[in-house]
Ligand binder design. Structure first.
Ligand SMILES: *Cc1c(COP(=O)(O)O)cnc(C)c1O
Length: 488
């Protein structure tokens, strides 16, 4: 090993060797370090800019610990410095957005990115985005085309709509629809349907941003057809139904169906708009799941415009889909806000490839990860629990017990809020009662610090891992050595 003096400044030769540590003046200069044989491969791979800036930062850090008298000669060998520098460079280049393992029990977890894109979709994105594409180009005629043309025919076929368009997310779809159809005018909505989704989407606020005036009718629990009828004036632009996707009102309730409401709207020459939120494109009850209203149901019931998300039950990328009658879709498409909210080629590639999977409904439960996870049989989840339990128990040794437990998963993303899916998982409980709360938070932290972070939830003195979304148990088991070190 080369002693650290080999890399130090010539000036420091006059300094007597430190008795209890490396002195600041013994540290090499940035240039000396960058020229060292041990550092050169790092520079060759990553270039001078990044390695030099990390070298400067590392030396500043070392100078501080030298001044505090904490720096030893073994920490400043060229090998040790090269290793620390390589680690710093790796950390700088590591993506901030990382793949994680979702064991929260919520399948469509908004904070964890909702849907998982199907393999076929990922392959299509890779193929089509590495090259120019016919995003707005008609290959048959060789003239300018519309990006909607890549999505609209398929979306119409799948939903039975006359016309369709796409924007960035469903919040944008609602905003644009209201701005195009009702700016400066009134929209009638039931009080029971003034939803807030995750704090940042509140229907009254969206309505205001679109320049439309909200006219609330009925009461929280009961709204009748006559409530809507009485509220219609010369200033009314539309009637609106909002799917109460993240709550349920039960008990003494009444609401007006889309069919009844469309008859009222059409008698006055008004459109009926439906914000569906999730919008499953297939009947989920056929898969043993609770039924979620579909855009095709809404259109059949007479809705003129229906908006829904691409990354909820549809299982695709973040997108806002707008389907309905040609007349209204044309107005929506012509609105200047459409240009501001238009979807990029990345999303169009992902959405069109996802929609194509729906052409083979028999394969959907296999091809669409979101659906596959939602309908995963509980015995398959239990098998994962049995496979993971011994390895996890061994890794956590005597500090925690790991039990297989029955759990209830949620669909998430405001879909089917009161429904629970029978599931299974592991409950990790500290052996010692004293300080158990702290032990649990620390353990949860250690799981989140793994190379592929594992996200569970703490509930009632236990760290719970719902295994519905863990299809490959090795994703966790191969990280258990790192966990053992972290939890030690
Ligand atoms: C989720 C949801 C939205 C917002 O959709 P995003 O795609 O997240 O923008 C709007 N309305 C309802 C009813 C929803 O459930």
């Amino acid at each position: 090993m080369v002693p650290s003096a080999a890399l130090s400044n010539p000036a420091s030769k006059t300094t007597p060797p430190a008795r209890n540590g490396v002195q600041p003046q013994d540290l090499p200069s940035v240039d000396t370090l960058l020229r060292a044989a041990q550092i050169q491969p790092l520079v060759a791979e990553n270039g001078h800019t990044l390695v030099a800036s990390e070298t400067r930062a590392l030396l500043a850090e070392l100078r501080k610990s030298a001044m505090a008298g904490h720096l030893t000669a073994t920490q400043t060998t060229p090998e040790a410095l090269a290793a620390r520098l390589a680690a710093r460079v790796d950390a700088r280049l590591a993506p901030r957005q990382r793949a994680v393992i979702n064991l929260t029990g919520t399948v469509l977890h908004t904070n964890l990115g909702r849907t998982l894109l199907p393999d076929a979709v990922l392959a299509h994105i890779q193929r089509v985005l590495a090259h120019p594409s016919n995003l707005e180009y008609d290959l048959a005629s060789g003239v300018r085309g519309e990006r909607d043309d890549l999505i609209e025919p398929l979306l119409c076929e799948l939903t039975g709509a006359e016309a369709a368009t796409v924007v960035n997310n469903n919040a944008a779809a609602v905003l644009l629809t209201l701005a195009a159809l009702a700016a400066g005018k009134e929209v009638i909505v039931s009080r029971g349907e003034l939803v807030e989704i995750g704090g940042s989407f509140r229907l009254p606020d969206v309505m205001q941003s679109a320049g439309a005036r909200l006219v609330e009718v009925g009461t929280t629990n009961r709204t009748h057809a006559r409530d809507y009828e009485r509220a219609i004036t010369a200033n009314t632009a539309a009637l609106m139904k909002v799917h109460t996707s993240n709550y349920a009102i039960s008990g003494f309730t009444a609401s007006v169906t889309e069919s009844e409401l469309s008859a009222i709207a059409h008698a006055h020459g008004l459109p009926l708009v439906s914000d569906l939120g999730s919008g499953a494109l297939v009947d989920l009850s056929a898969y043993g799941l609770p039924r979620e209203p579909m855009p095709q149901d809404m259109l059949r019931a007479g809705c003129d415009v229906v908006t829904f998300s691409g990354d909820k039950l549809l299982g695709g990328p973040q997108a806002g889909l707008i389907v309905g009658k040609s007349e209204w879709i044309a107005r929506i498409r012509k609105h200047p806000m459409k240009r501001a909210l238009r979807s990029g080629k990345l999303m169009i590639a992902a959405l069109s490839a996802t929609l194509r999977l729906y052409l083979r409904p028999e394969r959907l439960a296999h091809d669409l990860p979101t659906l596959r996870l939602l309908i995963r049989p509980v015995d398959s989840i239990e098998a994962t629990a049995r496979a993971l339990q011994p390895a996890l128990q061994a890794a956590l040794a005597s500090r925690f017990t790991v039990d297989i437990v029955a759990l209830q998963s949620q669909i998430g993303s405001g879909s089917l809020p009161v429904e629970r899916l029978p599931s299974a998982g592991l409950a990790i409980i500290p052996v010692q009662e004293k300080g158990s709360g702290h032990a649990l938070t620390q353990l949860a932290e250690a799981f989140r610090a793994l190379p592929m972070p594992v996200i569970g939830r703490i509930n009632d003195g236990r760290l719970l891992f719902d295994l519905r979304c863990l299809e490959d148990v090795t994703l966790v088991t191969r990280q258990l050595d790192a966990l053992r070190l972290a939890a030690a």
